[in-house]
Design a protein around this ligand. Structure first.
Ligand code: ADP
Ligand code: ADP
Length: 226
């Protein structure tokens, strides 16, 4: 097929518990896909497998036609650094660094010069409407601001896919909506695909398509007409 990302019949158990029991999904370039389902249904495990963080017991994951599970660890982490961005529920910013340094960090790890990296980071902070917290540390900003800094950091390397696991889970609905609006607008502008794990319909409403996970199995849903 032509999908950017394909997961085919993934199975993964932790001890005796099957977290994934035949999960499949496809994501096209630039597509925003919500992975929904109740707590414990396997959503995070699916995201970790699709992003090449966790190796499934069986089944295959393809990115751009290449089978991720066949790559060596170093190749897989290079793929993640170069092509993917990640946003989690919380605790992802380095507390000792300023917000600006946090956003610049992925570029610094790619050996970009400090001045250039911080210039780009500052632009992303502005775009996420948190330019004013550039010099603060994560502990000095609100939850909504911290998540927008985290989104800026996920986007600064211009990833092809953004993996977001309950990105609004720790926020009130107003701040959650703001994060989703800014995240999806930036993804659209940069033609990044988004794999969005959420159990909230209000958050999933920002996606093009929903995949429902139940007991480790996936089901494709037609997007509800809003
Ligand atoms: P969801 O994201 O839908 O809440 P998860 O993928 O986190 O679901 O978990 C699916 C199942 O796998 C749950 O029963 C969970 O307890 C189990 N699980 C997930 N990760 C681990 C792990 N690292 N060790 C043991 N069990 C795990
Ligand atoms: P936003 O809606 O932009 O996320 P808030 O209205 O929550 O921001 O917060 C406004 C200001 O209050 C912020 O500039 C921040 O400095 C401060 N603030 C809010 N929550 C916290 C917090 N938990 N810790 C430290 N400062 C906070």
């Amino acid at each position: 097929g032509t999908s950017l990302l394909v997961a085919d019949d993934l199975r993964k158990s932790f001890g005796a518990t099957p977290a994934l029991d035949g999960a499949s999904m496809e994501v096209d370039a630039g597509e925003i896909v919500a992975v929904m389902g109740p707590s414990g249904s396997g959503k995070s495990t699916l995201l970790h497998c699709v992003a090449g963080i966790v190796r499934p017991d069986s089944g295959r994951v393809f990115y751009g036609g290449r089978e991720i599970s066949l790559l060596r660890d170093a190749e897989r982490s290079a793929l993640r650094r170069g092509q993917f961005g990640f946003v989690f529920q919380f605790g992802q910013l380095v507390p000792e660094l300023t917000c600006l340094e946090n956003v610049a960090l992925p570029l610094r790890l790619e050996r970009m010069r400090r001045r250039a990296a911080e210039r780009q980071a500052a632009q992303w902070l502005e775009r996420l409407e948190v330019g004013d917290v550039a010099g603060k540390r994560p502990g000095e900003v609100s939850g909504g601001q911290g998540q927008r800094v985290a989104v800026a950091r996920a986007l600064v390397t211009s990833p092809k896919v953004i993996f977001a696991d309950e990105p609004t889970g720790a926020l009130d609905s107003l701040n959650g909506e703001r994060v989703m609006r800014l995240l999806t607008a930036a993804a659209r502008e940069t033609h990044a695909a988004v794999v969005l794990v959420t159990h909230e319909a209000r958050v999933a409403a920002y996606s093009d398509r929903e995949i429902v996970v139940r007991d480790g199995r996936t089901r494709d849903m037609a997007r509800a007409v809003s």
